[in-house]
Design a binder for this molecule. Structure first.
Ligand SMILES: [Zn+2]
Length: 342
């Protein structure tokens, strides 16, 4: 068996790590390499390798130098300053996960948050590297451009979107409630059956197992979501806990907006909701922005008012000096404060 080309493998891992944030161990598994051997030759931290790779690329083609390891924002901005309007933000050279990252980034404008939401598990540094990846940066840039074009039309929609998320009542989607136990409302607080058919099934099973038929003296009419009976000796009036999930097809308005998806996990059903705190923050930021814009306009108006008054005074003084109207008018002005002075 020939000796692996560790130099080549190292640069392959560096490239994979830069684009996906994959760990060396996982990468080795993918490549069929023995991790314990590989880690002696391949640096765990892809930093040096990736930097070397970038340097090589710059040397080969200075025009295409990509700031994969860009230290400042300026580098990336410069690189993605020329969006290609013919291409969708979700250009074909992005993986599905990268597309998700771009889409989340456009939503929250936070590379770390977007990185995690897209399902990556690497550290913050990997998030930064993904964010700086040329194809990703280009897609983000195009997305921002498209969004700002739509911004004027959609500002109200976005505002409504955040507002609905912020005010939505999560209990419309899921409830943790305490409901009656089987003995709460049974006759003499004995076991209550839903109906005869439920009892018959239980009796049948008991007969099969050669057991006596179950007690039916508690009667029928058990309703699973009824309130607990405060006098129930079995549950001491506390009932039993019950988690209730609404039929998401029936959700309307804010509650529907709040729900981000439902998935089945090995622990049961998981309902994913949008971040209400973040929606509130967004709303607050929007209102601050609007009011600061208003303040700025007021200040500009005030500056203009002072400027016009000063011009008027100057003209009047000039007139007095020249004795233009000859009427020896005395004009008294309040002293005007310079703009911005209190
Ligand atoms: Zn009870």
């Amino acid at each position: 068996m020939s000796k692996p080309d560790w130099k080549e493998l190292q640069s392959q891992f560096a490239a994979a790590h830069t684009s996906t944030g994959i760990k060396l161990k996982d990468w080795c598994e993918q490549q069929g390499l023995v991790y314990d051997t590989a880690r002696r030759y391949i640096k765990k931290s892809a930093q040096n390798n990736a930097q070397r790779k970038t340097a090589q690329r710059i040397a080969q083609n200075p025009d295409k130098a990509a700031p994969e390891q860009g230290k400042g924002k300026r580098g990336a901005e410069k690189n993605c300053a020329k969006p290609d309007p013919g291409r969708s933000p979700f250009c074909a050279d992005l993986s599905d996960k990268e597309k998700l990252f771009v889409s989340y980034y456009l939503e929250c404008r936070n590379k770390y948050e977007a990185y995690r939401k897209a399902g990556y598990t690497g550290g913050d540094r990997n998030a930064r590297m993904l964010y700086r990846k040329p194809a990703v940066a280009r897609a983000i840039n195009q997305g921002i451009e498209q969004l700002s074009e739509q911004a004027i039309l959609n500002a109200q929609d976005i505002l409504r979107h955040w507002h609905e998320i912020a005010i939505a009542d999560p209990s419309e989607i899921s409830q943790m409630r305490r409901v009656c136990c089987r003995y709460c409302w049974g006759f003499d607080n004995r076991y209550q059956w839903i109906d005869e058919s439920e009892y018959d099934k239980a009796a049948e099973k008991a007969a099969k197992d050669s057991k006596p038929p179950p007690d039916q003296s508690g009667g029928f009419g058990f309703v699973a979501n009824d309130d607990p009976n405060p006098d129930c000796p079995k549950c001491a009036g506390e009932g039993i806990e019950d988690v209730f999930l609404a039929d998401t097809r029936d959700l309307i308005g804010p509650a529907r907006r709040l729900i981000a998806g439902v998935k089945k996990t090995k622990f049961g059903i998981e309902v994913m909701t949008r971040d209400q705190d973040a929606a509130l923050k967004n709303l607050a930021a929007f209102h601050n922005l609007a009011s600061s814009e208003q303040e700025r306009e007021l200040r500009l108006l005030e500056i203009e008012r002072v400027r016009l008054s000063n011009e008027k005074i100057k003209a009047e003084i000039e007139n007095l000096r020249n004795g233009a109207n000859g009427s020896e008018q005395i004009i008294i002005h309040n002293s005007l404060k310079p703009p911005g002075a209190e």
